[in-house]
Ligand binder design. Structure first.
Ligand code: IMP
Length: 208
């Protein structure tokens, strides 16, 4: 997706603000992600609350079913509309690994070991993907995804961001070098939340 398409999309979203405030729970233990998504959603009429309760994640090779199952459990538990997000780094030369196992791999191996796995690989293509799942109590969950394509760097660079940011290059700079302001305009998470907003601020659903 180009910057231009992104610009058109955000303008479209800006012109379609939701009129009444809608309370929504974002289920995450990550304060940084909560603030990021709260700041994006509040101008569109959402009051975003944080819940840290962990719901057991199902195991799957794709992010969508994992995020949808967590959103469904959380919405039925809290009895209020919820969003959850699930992200992963997909490396082409490693057949999409670590993908849905990104958190486990980061915790157990870390960036240096991932770089070791990539040693000698000329194909450095990779992408980050986020799936935002939204669910209302007693309804079926919906999934919105965002992808940002880049390359795996040869070494860690940059002090900003978190997780795989220092090894993920976007147009020549790692996310760790780009910093949050730039990253949040083009990131996988931003693109997924934009998809969600387009749907919710375009045609309002009966219960929304
Ligand atoms: P989660 O599903 O968002 O918790 O992400 C799974 C794993 O991917 C965690 O280890 C995160 O640190 C990592 N991750 C998710 N989003 C990003 C990002 O934007 N930059 C770097 N790492 C990320």
């Amino acid at each position: 997706m180009t910057h231009e398409t992104d610009k058109i999309k955000s303008n479209k979203i800006k012109n379609n603000k939701i009129k009444n405030k809608t309370k929504i729970v974002f289920v995450t233990g990550n304060k940084g992600k909560f603030i990021e998504i709260k700041e994006i959603l509040e101008p569109f009429g959402f009051e975003v609350l944080q819940e840290k309760t962990d719901f057991p994640e199902i195991q799957a090779d794709e992010l969508e079913p994992i995020a949808k199952a967590s959103a469904k459990s959380a919405a039925d538990f809290f009895k209020i509309p919820v969003i959850v997000d699930d992200s992963g780094l997909f490396i082409e030369a490693l057949n999409g690994f670590p993908g849905p196992y990104s958190r486990f791999v980061e915790d157990k191996l870390g960036n240096q070991k991932v770089l070791k796995l990539m040693k000698g690989e000329t194909n450095r293509n990779a992408y980050f993907k986020t799936v935002i799942a939204y669910c209302e109590p007693n309804k079926e969950p919906e999934a919105y995804s965002g992808i940002v394509k880049g390359k795996i760097a040869h070494e860690e660079r940059g002090n900003e961001g978190f997780g795989y940011d220092p090894i993920f290059e976007y147009e020549g700079k790692t996310f760790g070098e780009l910093g949050n302001d730039v990253k949040n305009k083009i990131s996988h998470r931003r693109r997924a939340i934009d998809e969600f907003l387009l749907k919710k601020s375009g045609v309002r659903e009966p219960d929304f």
